[in-house]
Design a binder for this molecule. Structure first.
Ligand SMILES: C[S@@+](CC[C@H](N)C(=O)[O-])C[C@H]1O[C@@H](n2cnc3c(N)ncnc32)[C@H](O)[C@@H]1O
Length: 219
């Protein structure tokens, strides 16, 4: 998820979208369904322009019993090098266009609601490595179709033993996790012989973790 990069703000598809929504081209989120032709010029275009994937994943995570019961924290790290901190109480719009509007406000104003002393969403320029230094997880697993074969049962068996476990999910359409991302994890696991959608992996990981943490009597 990112605002339209400077390199393509003059493309007709971007200008049309911005005009229709009463915004400047530099203020709209990059969205492949609208800016497909403009995106051809962008590096790693196959990984970009799909804020709908983040929308689905966040709805899955924030609506889960684990989050409602205070057992989950969610961050989004973006391709442009921003970290978004999501307050567990956040109720995101179910409507995709309203979600995009909220994210555009976040990128422009730095917080949602802007100016609040306790915003629901906060964005800061930050490398993934710096975010991890701040979160200080005791163990990090990446879920990726390019990882070693494993099961959610086994992954969560390890996560529930940890004091501050973290999991990475790639909320983008195609392509491997970056080498720089994989260098930050303790393990990288594939849970199915084919590529799954990020929101399926999100909901299944959370469900398995909920089951195992209940069995351990920790929530
Ligand atoms: C559409 S995939 C991105 C494609 C990429 N091949 C990958 O797995 O990294 C979206 C995300 O869902 C998760 N995912 C997809 N298939 C998976 C699998 N078989 N095992 C574990 N995680 C998977 C990963 O976090 C992945 O980044």
């Amino acid at each position: 998820m990112e605002l339209v990069p400077r390199a393509i703000i003059h493309h007709p598809s971007v200008r049309r979208d911005a005009k229709r929504r009463g915004k400047k081209p530099s203020e709209v989120l990059l969205d492949r369904s609208l800016h497909h032709a403009a995106m051809k010029a962008l590096p790693k275009a196959y990984k970009r322009g799909r804020p709908d994937i983040i929308h689905f994943c966040l709805l899955e995570a924030l609506g889960s019993p684990l989050n409602r019961e205070g057992g989950l924290r969610v961050w989004v790290h973006t391709i442009g090098g921003y970290a978004i901190e999501v307050d567990p109480k956040t109720r995101l719009p179910r409507d995709y266009n309203r979600f995009k509007g909220l994210m555009e406000q976040l990128f422009q104003r730095g917080a949602v609601p802007p100016g609040s002393s306790q915003p629901l969403l906060k964005i800061r320029r930050m490398e993934l490595r710096e975010l991890l230094e701040e979160i200080e997880p005791s163990y990090v697993v990446a879920l990726t179709s390019h990882g070693r074969e494993g099961t959610l049962q086994e992954i969560c068996g390890r996560l529930v033993e940890e004091e501050r476990p973290a999991a990475f999910i790639g909320a983008y359409p195609k392509g491997e996790l970056e080498g720089s991302t994989l260098s930050l994890v303790d393990d990288a696991v594939s849970i199915y012989p084919e590529v799954l959608d990020a929101w399926i992996v999100t909901s299944r990981l959370i469900y398995e973790f909920e089951k195992q943490i209940k069995e351990k009597g920790r929530v």
